[in-house]
Design a binder for this molecule. Structure first.
Ligand code: GLU
Length: 514
C-alpha cells in the first residue's frame, strides 16, 4: 500500500533576538505569523534566539512578551506563554542539541573546523581586497587558510585536544545554483559562488543564528517561515543546510515580508524617523538599560492595541476590498500570504492616527468616561458620572486619542478664563456685547434648558440685534469654551446647564474688552 500523505499541521514561529526594543516591523512579522497560524488552524510559537550573547540586552525578552500580550498576539507555545511539546524555546538552553547536528555535518563532509585567528582573517581580507576580489571565506580562499581541509588530520586533532579556539564553517560547493521559492516573491536563485562559508558553530559550544534557526525550525516542526526581508539573503544558505541535514522533504515554505519604509523618501523606518517626526516606532515604551534613554511606545502615546494591530496589518497587506477597519478575528479570517505586497510599505503617521481615531469612536461612552473621570478627579474636580459620560459622548467625535478627552475637553469641567485670540480679533465687534447680553437675558427666562430651546433663543437674540448667525456662532463657541473648535454648541450648553452657561457668557463679556 502506498504511504498515506498527511497534510502537516501549520506551525509558524516568531523568533526575535533579545537585543533591545522590538521595532514595529518586528511586531508586524509576529502579527502576520499569528494571523497565518490562526487562519489555518495551526500553532504560533515564540522562540527566543539568544545565541549571540554579545548582543544580549537585559529586559528585551520581557519587553517582547509584554508587547505581544498587550497587542493580543498570543503564542500557543513558547517563552512567556507556557511551554509546549518542543521546550525549551530559548536557544541558549538548547546548546547540546546543536552540537549533535553540526557534528553530523562535519562527519559527512559538509562542514569543517577553521582555526584562523582574527589577525589571519584580517590579513586574508586585506590581501583579497588588494587584488579586487570579494573578501569571502569560500571554496577558493579556504584552501589558503588554517582549517581541517588544509591541515593534516593529526594536527586538527592536536589543536582540538589542546582546546584551541575554532569555528565550524559550512562547506559550500564552489559553483552551484541554489533555488528557493518564496511565497511572496516567487523563485529566488543564488549561486554559491556569491556566498561564503558561514560560521555555524563556535568553540564555546554556541551555534550561530543560521544553524540554530534551521535545527529549531526542523525540530519544532515549523511549516512556514514568515520573516522580514532582511533574512532573504540567508535563505539559500538555510536551504543548503536542510539539504545537508537530510530534511529537504520537510523544509518549511518561506515568505519574506517587505520592509517598513520611512514616511518620506526611501529606506527602512528607523527610530530616528520616529523621533524626528514625532511618532513611536516601538509598541510599548522602552528604557535602554545602559544609557537609560527612553523611547516612546504606542501604548504610552495613547494608541489602543486594536488600532495598532489594525494599522500594522495594513502595512504590507490589504484585503483586496475597501474595508479598512478589522478586528483581530476579521483579520484572521481575511489574511492570506498572497495579498502581502512585495514592495516596501511606507509608514504613514496620519493614517496611524486615523486608525486610532476610528477605534476611539467605536469605544462606548461609558468605557471612555472612566478614563476621563480619572483626569477630572486628578484635577481635584467633582462631576456626576452622567455629566462625565455626556461630555465624553460630545468630545469623542473630535479626538484621536483617549487622553485628548481631557486635553481637548477640559472646558467642560473648568470655565474658560482665556479666549482664542484669533477668533476674537476676527469676530468680536461693537455689536457683540449686545448680542451676548440679549442671549443672557433670553436664556435666563428659559424654563426648559434644552439644546433646541437654547438655539431658538440664540436666533431671537441675533434677530433683535440684526446680526448674522453664521458670523456669530464661532464667537459664541469661544465665549463658552475658550477654544475655536468643538462639539455642537447648543448641546454643549445643555450639558453645562442654565446657570453655568449664563456664567460663562458673563465671564466672556467681562473679560473680552476691546
Ligand atoms: N532571530 C532572527 C531575528 O532576530 C530571526 C529571523 C528568522 O525569523 O529566521 O530576526
Amino acid at each position: 500500500m502506498p504511504p498515506i500523505m498527511t497534510e502537516r499541521r501549520v506551525r509558524v514561529r516568531f523568533a526575535p533576538s533579545p537585543t533591545g526594543a522590538l521595532h514595529i516591523g518586528g511586531v508586524r512579522t509576529a502579527l502576520y505569523n499569528y494571523l497565518f497560524a490562526k487562519k489555518n488552524g495551526g500553532d504560533f510559537l515564540l522562540r527566543i534566539e539568544d545565541t549571540d550573547q554579545g548582543r544580549f540586552v537585559p529586559g528585551a525578552e520581557e519587553y517582547i512578551i509584554e508587547s505581544l500580550k498587550w497587542l493580543g498576539i498570543i503564542a500557543d507555545e513558547g517563552i512567556g506563554f507556557g511551554d509546549g511539546p518542543y521546550a525549551p524555546y530559548r536557544q541558549s538552553e538548547r546548546k547540546p542539541i546543536y552540537r549533535e547536528y553540526v557534528m553530523r555535518l562535519i562527519d559527512e563532509g559538509n562542514a569543517y573546523y577553521a582555526f584562523d585567528t582574527p589577525e589571519e582573517l584580517d590579513a586574508m581580507r586585506e590581501r583579497l581586497k588588494a587584488s579586487n576580489v570579494d573578501a569571502k571565506y569560500d571554496a577558493i580562499t579556504r584552501s589558503t587558510m588554517k582549517n581541517s581541509i588544509t591541515l593534516a588530520e593529526d594536527e586538527v586533532k592536536r589543536l582540538l585536544d589542546s582546546g584551541a579556539h575554532y569555528v565550524i564553517r559550512l562547506k559550500l560547493p564552489r559553483k552551484e545554483e541554489v533555488k528557493l521559492f518564496d511565497e511572496i516573491r516567487g523563485w529566488v536563485s543564488v549561486n554559491t559562488s556569491q556566498m561564503d562559508d558561514k560560521v555555524l558553530f563556535k568553540s564555546d559550544g554556541m551555534p550561530t543564528y543560521h544553524l540554530a534557526n534551521v535545527v529549531d525550525d526542523y525540530l519544532m516542526k515549523i511549516t512556514h517561515v514568515i520573516r522580514g526581508e532582511e533574512w532573504l539573503p540567508s535563505a539559500p544558505l538555510h536551504v543548503l543546510l536542510y539539504r545537508y541535514l537530510g530534511w529537504e522533504d520537510v523544509m518549511p515554505k518561506f515568505a519574506h515580508l517587505p520592509l517598513l519604509l520611512k514616511p518620506e523618501g526611501n529606506g527602512k523606518l528607523s527610530k530616528r524617523d520616529g523621533d524626528r517626526l514625532g511618532f513611536p516606532v516601538f509598541p510599548i515604551q522602552w528604557q535602554d538599560p545602559t544609557t537609560n534613554e527612553i523611547s516612546s511606545g504606542y501604548r504610552e502615546a495613547g494608541y489602543l492595541p486594536e488600532a495598532v494591530v489594525n494599522l500594522l496589518a495594513f502595512l504590507g497587506w490589504n484585503p483586496g476590498t475597501s474595508q479598512e477597519i478589522f478586528s483581530m478575528q476579521q483579520l484572521v479570517d481575511a489574511f492570506t500570504i498572497d495579498r502581502v505586497s512585495k514592495h516596501g510599505a511606507k509608514f504613514d503617521q496620519n493614517k496611524a492616527k486615523w486608525f486610532n481615531q476610528q477605534y476611539v469612536r467605536h469605544t462606548s461612552d461609558n468605557i471612555l468616561a472612566v478614563e476621563l473621570k480619572k483626569d477630572v478627579e486628578k484635577n481635584g474636580l467633582t462631576f456626576s458620572d452622567a455629566y462625565i459620560e455626556k461630555a465624553t459622548s460630545l468630545i469623542k467625535e473630535k479626538i484621536s486619542f483617549v487622553k485628548e478627552l481631557w486635553s481637548m475637553g477640559n472646558y467642560f469641567f473648568i470655565n474658560p478664563s482665556q479666549y482664542d485670540e484669533a477668533v476674537i480679533t476676527k469676530r468680536w465687534n461693537e455689536k457683540s456685547p449686545a448680542v451676548l447680553n440679549s442671549l443672557i437675558e433670553n436664556l435666563s427666562s428659559l424654563s426648559e434648558f434644552t439644546s433646541a430651546n437654547i438655539e431658538e433663543q440664540y436666533n431671537l437674540a441675533l434677530t433683535k440685534n440684526e446680526v448674522a448667525g453664521k458670523d456669530f456662532l464661532q464667537l459664541l463657541r469661544v465665549c463658552l469654551s475658550g477654544v475655536a473648535g468643538g462639539p455642537p454648541i447648543f448641546e454643549m450648553c445643555e450639558l453645562f446647564g442654565k446657570e453655568n452657561t449664563i456664567l460663562r457668557l458673563q465671564n466672556a463679556l467681562n473679560t473680552i474688552k476691546k
